[in-house]
Design a protein around this ligand. Structure first.
Ligand SMILES: NC(=O)c1ccc[n+]([C@@H]2O[C@H](COP(=O)([O-])OP(=O)(O)OC[C@H]3O[C@@H](n4cnc5c(N)ncnc54)[C@H](O)[C@@H]3O)[C@@H](O)[C@H]2O)c1
Length: 421
């Protein structure tokens, strides 16, 4: 086992800026605020130890404190070596949350911090990408008996969980938070769409209007990105492997082509597939001098960064940008190919209001797991529809929006089969 990152010191000054960031986020998280009020009264998580591996930034801190307000003992680390905001981590530590996250940690430090979370013997895990559950099932199986179940935040984590389930290797129930409409309709589409573009603009200072932007993958994240880039005036090309999604992009008005055709045309490339080798080395030599590459998918495997490291001269131009010179061209890579909206120094992750919804799903799914987890079979479970609808109603209430209610006649009509022509 690797060495622990012991006794992270709390910086007074950074703790203050972190606290300010958390308070700022809280103002725009009314749904989580309502849940927190109820949690304070009802203490539904009393006696629960929650182990988390999430992007440690301000919105996550609000979730963490909501769970603690519900009576849980919370232990948290990051789910990406570059996405932790150290000032937020300091503020969490100062408020009694066991936080082991550190920005720019090494691979060993990353897993050492995961080990520290697992040392607390969590009853519920909350993952973003499944590294915690993976480590628990592989390196720390002695912890398994204390776990009731888990919750997973992102598409890539769900893929991994379903692969584990298919092989009969997943040993406790996990709620697929990502797969519920109140998460991916908003988080993946609007959250990734806006925050990836914001991070690209803030890191590079380039104009999006008029640029040829290539979006790899037309799933929830890719659709959000492509649509928002177009609304800023970009000329967007989409690449896909799924013929239905490719056709959807075509009918949505985007140019669709294979990556090797898009490579010589694109000025900015964003991968959003959750897959490996989406921008391979052979496409780099087709690209224009000065092309900008980045990734908004969960892991840093979409762009062949290893090839660039091994075959090109790397020059760090400015924070968050590595420029690679090879042959007669230079191409620029943002955030080392890690998810651009969180891993660039200016990346703040998804907009707050979006995370209010995603983390409301996390909070209520955690409560559900605490109450019903021992009745659930090992495997991947959907978020109960009642939770999804409750969150939508709370958000509408906070916005002051009212909606119609089905009449009895309408409810009967849409659930009947004998009324036709
Ligand atoms: N950056 C963030 O903050 C953030 C937020 C949410 C999700 N994610 C991550 O983004 C990734 C995508 O999530 P999603 O919800 O959009 O998934 P999705 O499954 O809806 O979409 C992925 C799309 O990529 C396509 N694809 C797969 N391989 C491809 C290839 N080689 N070339 C082109 N297209 C390919 C698939 O056909 C699919 O349409 C996942 O890794 C997810 O975990 C990131």
């Amino acid at each position: 086992m690797v060495a622990r990152v012991q006794s992270v010191k709390i910086g007074e000054e950074t703790m203050q800026t972190g606290e300010e960031k958390i308070r700022w986020a809280e103002q725009y998280m009314p749904v989580l605020g309502m849940i927190r009020e109820r949690f304070i009264q009802e203490q539904p998580l009393e006696g629960m130890v929650i182990g988390m591996a999430l992007h440690v930034e301000a919105k996550t801190a609000v979730l963490t404190r909501t769970l603690a307000a519900g009576g849980a003992e919370v232990h948290i680390t990051g789910c990406n070596p570059l996405s932790t905001q150290d000032d937020v981590a300091d503020a969490l530590r100062a408020s009694g949350i066991h936080c082991f996250a550190k920005r720019a940690c090494s691979h060993d430090e990353y897993y050492a911090a995961i080990d520290q979370v697992l040392d607390a013997r969590p009853s519920i895990t909350i993952d973003d990408g499944m590294d915690l559950i993976h480590h628990l099932h592989t390196g720390r199986r002695e912890i398994l008996p204390s776990v009731i179940g888990g919750c997973e935040e992102t598409t890539t984590g769900i893929h991994r969980l379903k692969a584990m389930e298919a092989e009969g290797k997943l040993l406790f129930p996990v709620i697929a938070v990502n797969d519920t409409p109140m998460k991916h309709f908003f988080d993946n589409v609007h959250g990734t769409g806006e925050s990836a573009l914001t991070a690209i603009m803030a890191t590079t200072n380039i104009l999006i209007a008029g640029k040829r932007i290539v979006v790899a993958g037309y799933g929830y994240c890719g659709r959000g990105l492509a649509t928002k880039a177009r609304s800023l005036g970009a000329r967007v090309i989409v690449t896909e492997v799924d013929p239905r999604r490719a056709l959807q992009a075509h009918f949505d008005g985007f140019e669709v082509m294979a990556m090797h055709e898009a490579a010589p045309i694109g000025e900015v490339f964003v991968t959003t597939t959750g897959n490996i080798g989406v921008l391979p080395a052979e496409d780099f030599s087709l690209m224009r001098d000065g092309a900008i590459l980045c990734n908004a998918g969960h892991f840093n495997v979409e762009i062949d960064v290893d090839w660039l490291e091994a075959n090109a001269d790397a020059i760090r131009r400015r924070d968050g940008i590595d420029s690679y010179a090879f042959g007669d061209r230079t191409i620029h890579l943002l955030a080392e190919g890690r998810l651009v909206n969180l891993a660039t120094p200016k990346g703040m992750g998804h907009p707050i209001e979006v995370m209010d919804l995603s983390f409301a799903v996390q909070a209520l799914s955690t409560e559900y797991m605490a109450q019903h987890g021992s009745d659930l079979a090992p495997g991947v479970h959907n978020v109960p529809r009642a939770i999804d609808e409750q969150i939508a109603r709370m958000k509408l209430e906070s916005l002051g929006c009212s909606i119609d209610t089905l009449t009895r006649e309408q409810a009967e009509y849409i659930s009947s089969w004998d009324v036709g022509t």
